[in-house]
Design a protein around this ligand. Structure first.
Ligand code: MGD
Ligand code: MGD
Ligand code: SF4
Ligand code: MO
Length: 705
């Protein structure tokens, strides 16, 4: 029996993994502050991933367009990839090769991936799926506080709250054990849907505000207006700890509750009630999730929620605060150590000369050889195979054929590449398109560190032997780097050596991991970063000062604007997307866990019965949800409490059930986050379809180009 952490979300619940005796594994909860003895259904069934019959155990190679992927040896696969990369670099330059990473990768993997791109490939073209996840909250957090750590306090602090406002976070489904930390507070849930979290709030003396998708920014301005009118602003705190209130208030001053109601659909009386509940609470938190963030104005929207929290004096006060709920297992650590287009380890900027000099020194290369910033995730995917874009992509830890916006277009771009290499433990929908598939170890088969939603670094421990034939991601990077002519010890495959190097590279940066050692990881100390070598770790940031040079938090003056696409005569409804309890992300893992696949076998569209009826549809029918970009097949699930103008689909399903066939890739100007959470759609009837197609493996196809 070995203690490790869950393969999935950022709560990183602790669990014991033990063999069942018949070749399988079971998981059960282990004591840890975030889960306190609980796991969600995904955690309880995660053992099934380890003995899945779908597991990849040998490299696969396709030599020609249209040919089948065939098993080959590791040497054949890696030699082939290295030869192709060398050719491309020689003929088309270093930026002809791109890298795409993921927020599920350990700190060691994301660090080495960033170094591999900059040093072994010399390319600027690297980004990762966290761009689709955390980027708006990260950008707004940096603007306001000067430091981006999702929760700048331990999760257990939430128990002190009297009121918690959750903007676009359905934690009852996306982080169920977190609900235990919220149970002492009254909740204000802001969600266009009557989500499970909204239902909980209503049943426990809380509020549910159901704005039209894409109008949070107006709602947050309206709440600030109402709080001001009620005399609830923290004037002393504004003067001592913040700057910029006056300019931000100039915009909010125009959002009186009745005007806010007209734009958002939330009743003025409810706006006033919510402002009073939040503003009069002794201790209160404002927390944002993807519902508020995944918009073409996501950064400004989060700024508006932060402005509200600042005006009420919450951030940096014990028992109160603002936080964003990071999503992926290592969504926090994955955004700190250099797999992001504009970043070097330690949350340093790649365009900062001092940062370049420091990191180049640790890497033993001249600073001027490090490339500059590259393209953001969607812009990178959209450039693949174009005359000016990369001709090869190495992909670790993401399944963008299912999870990227306007996924039909992304599939075409991936198919236009000269070379697609995917490292995964399952043949994901993206791996199916690859020229080379590299089978790697998964969570419970490897050691490493992860950083959870509270910025706490923890150990992922090896609890099971990997099947013969698979290698770790670190091994893959090592093998490729050596074949590209780098010295072997520049790309160590041993996670502890990588961690030590990451510590040195991050030392002195905002996210300082130089004190994260195996010894301290195994002690009782909670290693929240910054964690320098000679000082204790930092569970709570901002108690005395914020991260800007003057120590103050900054209001950012923001104004509401329409979504990139609004409803019209052709596409009269708003389509929004998100998650369900029993599936995870692109579904590459959870669709292969029998119990989870049985619980949520197929895509569905949640819709008001009257809206369904107008399209001639009833509960259980198959529907097509279409936008200007594409159509998704989904089963109708009627809910009488749904908004009449909005439909919701989970994005966990593949092929013609992929919600991202219709989503809008309009990007936020600051964070480059796509508008996953709102676009114009219409609903029509579809032919019936067997509901289990997402649980079967598709035959391997040749690439369509
Ligand atoms: N079961 C499960 N748990 C997960 C994951 C998973 O895939 N499955 N993924 C993990 C990851 S990576 C992440 S990022 C987190 C995400 O966790 P959440 O942010 O909780 O997840 P979502 O379901 O994407 O979005 C939350 C809510 O936003 C609402 N919403 C839609 N549009 C708007 C809007 O305009 N404004 C507001 N205020 N709300 C809106 C949706 O109705 C939805 O209920 O979950 C993590 N946990
Ligand atoms: N419409 C819509 N689309 C969305 C969202 C939404 O709310 N709506 N949410 C967005 C968000 S928040 C996120 S985080 C993304 C996530 O979407 P993806 O980036 O597609 O995330 P996963 O499905 O977790 O894909 C991870 C893949 O990597 C593999 N993998 C897991 N761990 C490792 C590892 O350690 N090494 C390697 N080599 N492979 C590994 C898994 O088997 C899987 O195939 O989706 C985004 N897309
Ligand atoms: S809440 Fe997240 S970390 Fe905890 S068991 Fe569920 S998926 Fe795993
Ligand atoms: Mo995410």
């Amino acid at each position: 029996m070995t203690r490790t952490h869950c393969p999935y979300c950022a709560l990183q619940c602790a669990m014991h993994v033990e063999p069942t005796g018949d070749g399988g594994y079971r998981t059960r909860p282990a004591p840890f502050p975030t889960n306190r003895g609980g796991l969600c259904r995904k955690g309880w069934t995660a053992g099934a991933l380890l003995s899945s019959p779908d597991r990849l155990t040998t490299p696969l190679l396709r030599t020609d367009r249209g040919a089948e992927l065939r098993p080959v040896s590791w040497d054949t696969a890696l030699d082939h990839v290295a030869a192709r990369l060398r050719d491309l670099r020689a003929s088309r330059g270093a930026d002809s090769v791109a890298v795409f990473g993921g927020g599920g990768l350990t700190n060691e993997k994301s660090y080495l991936l960033g170094k591999f791109a900059r040093v072994a490939l010399g390319t600027s073209q690297i980004d990762y799926n966290g761009r689709f996840c955390m980027s708006s909250a990260a950008a707004a957090g940096l603007r306001a506080f000067g430091i981006d750590r999702g929760l700048p306090f331990p999760v257990t602090d939430l128990a002190e709250a009297d009121v918690i406002l959750l903007a676009g976070a359905n934690v009852a489904e996306t982080m169920p054990p977190l609900m235990g930390h919220l149970s002492g507070a009254r909740l204000i849930v802001v969600d266009p849907r009557r989500s499970a979290t909204a239902e909980y709030a209503l049943a426990n003396d809380g509020l549910h505000l159901a704005p039209r998708p894409g109008t949070d920014l107006a709602l947050a301005l309206g709440l600030l207006h109402a709080a001001h009118a009620e005399g609830l602003l923290a004037t002393g705190y504004l003067a001592e700890r913040t700057s910029g209130f006056t300019e931000a208030w100039r915009h909010a001053a125009a959002w009186w509750p009745e005007r806010t109601e007209r734009v958002t659909g939330v009743a003025a009386a409810d706006i006033r009630a919510a402002a009073r509940m939040l503003g009069r609470a002794g201790n209160a938190y404002v927390l944002t999730g993807r519902g508020a963030e995944q918009h073409a104005k996501g950064t400004d929207t989060v700024s508006a929620w932060i402005n509200l929290a600042l005006a009420l004096g919450l951030p940096g006060r014990p028992g109160s605060g603002y936080g964003c709920l990071t999503g992926q297992g290592n969504g926090q650590g994955g955004r700190e150590h250099g797999q992001k287009a504009d970043q070097l380890p330690g949350y340093r900027r790649i365009d900062d000369p001092a940062a370049r000099a420091h990191v180049a020194g640790v890497w033993g290369v001249p600073a001027e050889t490090l490339p500059g910033p590259g393209r953001s995730a969607y812009e990178l995917l959209d450039a693949l195979g174009t005359p000016d874009g990369p001709a090869a992509l190495l992909l670790f830890g993401s399944n963008p054929v299912v999870s990227a916006p306007d996924a039909g277009r992304v599939r075409n771009r991936l198919s236009a590449l000269d070379l697609l290499v995917v490292a995964d433990f399952f043949l994901s929908e993206t791996a199916e398109l690859a020229d080379v598939v590299l089978p790697v170890t998964q969570w419970a088969e490897e050691d490493g560190t992860m950083t959870n939603l509270e910025g706490r670094v923890l150990r992922r421990r090896r609890a099971a032997d990997p099947p013969t034939g698979v290698r770790s991601d670190l091994d893959v990077l090592h093998g490729l780097a050596v074949r590209l002519g780098r010295p072997a010890d520049q790309f160590p495959a041993d996670p502890e050596r990588v961690l030590a190097e990451l510590g040195a590279a991050s030392a002195g940066g905002a996210a300082d991991y130089s004190g994260v050692t195996p010894h301290r990881l195994d002690s009782d100390e909670a290693l929240h970063w910054p964690c320098p070598a000679d000082r204790p770790a930092t569970p709570r940031l901002f108690l005395d000062r914020f991260g800007h040079p003057d120590g103050r938090a900054r209001f950012v003056a923001v104004e509401h604007r329409d979504s990139a696409e609004t409803a019209d005569a052709d596409y009269p409804l708003l389509g929004t997307t998100g998650r369900v309890l029993a599936q995870y992300q692109s579904g590459a893992q959870t669709r292969r866990v029998p119990e989870l696949a049985a619980a949520e076998p197929a895509a569905y569209v949640e819709v008001h019965p009257d809206t369904a009826a107008r399209s001639g549809l009833a509960d259980g029918d198959w529907a097509l949800v279409s936008s200007r970009r594409g159509s998704t097949r989904a089963r109708v699930r009627c809910r009488a409490d749904a908004r009449l103008d909005t439909v919701f689909l989970p994005f966990h399903f593949a092929d013609d059930q992929s919600a991202n066939l219709f989503t809008n890739p309009a990007l936020d100007p600051v964070s480059r986050m796509p508008e996953f959470k709102v676009c114009a759609v219409r609903l029509t009837a579809a032919d019936p379809e067997p509901p289990d197609r997402n649980t079967r493996q598709r035959p391997r196809e040749g690439r369509q180009s």
